[in-house]
Design a protein around this ligand. Structure first.
Ligand code: FES
Length: 77
């Protein structure tokens, strides 16, 4: 089935500039062993700075540590 034929909208993942990945569901979040990680909401922030105290979720620490990353794709040098 192609994405065009799928009646369900795809999960949208948005990297925010200098911030987390925002996931807008519905989605299923699982660890590497396939265990479900309860998100409790249809929109969540996943940490990409690595410093959150609630990983894999973000907690706003990226602002305190000065995390910097573009929203779009980075260009290879
Ligand atoms: S990206 Fe926000 S706490 Fe890591």
């Amino acid at each position: 089935m192609s994405a065009i034929d799928d009646p369900h909208p795809p999960v949208r993942v948005t990297p925010y500039q200098d911030g987390p990945y925002l996931l807008r569901g519905p989605f299923e979040l699982v660890d590497q062993d396939g265990n479900v990680i309860e998100a409790g909401r249809r929109t969540i922030a996943l940490c990409r700075c690595g410093r959150s105290q609630t990983r894999p979720f973000g907690d706003g620490t990226h602002k305190l540590v000065g995390f910097a990353a573009p929203s779009g794709a980075e260009r290879r040098r």
